[in-house]
Design a binder for this molecule. Structure first.
Ligand SMILES: [Zn+2]
Ligand SMILES: [Zn+2]
Ligand SMILES: [Zn+2]
Length: 138
């Protein structure tokens, strides 16, 4: 229940109505132990039709509540935004780690800071995907 109150506030803060579908989708993403693959969302939310799932995901992506943790040909992974992201900008300071064995994707903080600068441009978003073998699969 606490989670539902938290998400209701979060949605209202971004001028989104706290609809039952949005709350349900957020709860599923938040309760998953790593970034959730789209195929898993479809399984857990069978009562959502394709269009509803797509629209609900996009509303949350556009408002800085969730982000795509990894996009591959096989699946797209979604995760909650930990940092304060807004409707204008996703401001992530973490990287995405994908295990080549179990295909799990997680949002992880690096032990060193990553500074990327490109001359003459204003960077709005940096996506870094790192792959390897996770501690469970080593
Ligand atoms: Zn974000
Ligand atoms: Zn693994
Ligand atoms: Zn992430």
């Amino acid at each position: 229940m606490d989670l539902e109150i938290k998400f209701t506030d979060l949605l209202r803060d971004r001028n989104l109505k706290a609809t039952p579908k949005r709350l349900e989708l957020l709860t599923v993403i938040a309760n998953y132990n790593s970034a959730i693959p789209y195929s898993e969302l479809q399984k857990k939310l069978k009562h959502f039709d394709r269009v509803t799932l797509y629209r609900t995901l996009n509303a949350l992506l556009d408002s800085g509540i969730i982000h795509k943790a990894s996009v591959s040909t096989d699946d797209t992974y979604y995760a909650m935004c930990k940092e304060y992201c807004t409707t204008e900008c996703h401001n992530h300071k973490h990287v995405h780690f994908k295990c080549v064995e179990c295909l799990e994707v997680s949002c992880v903080d690096t032990t060193n800071t990553i500074q990327i600068q490109i001359p003459n441009v204003k960077i709005q978003q940096v996506d870094i995907e790192v792959s390897g073998v996770c501690e469970k699969c080593i």
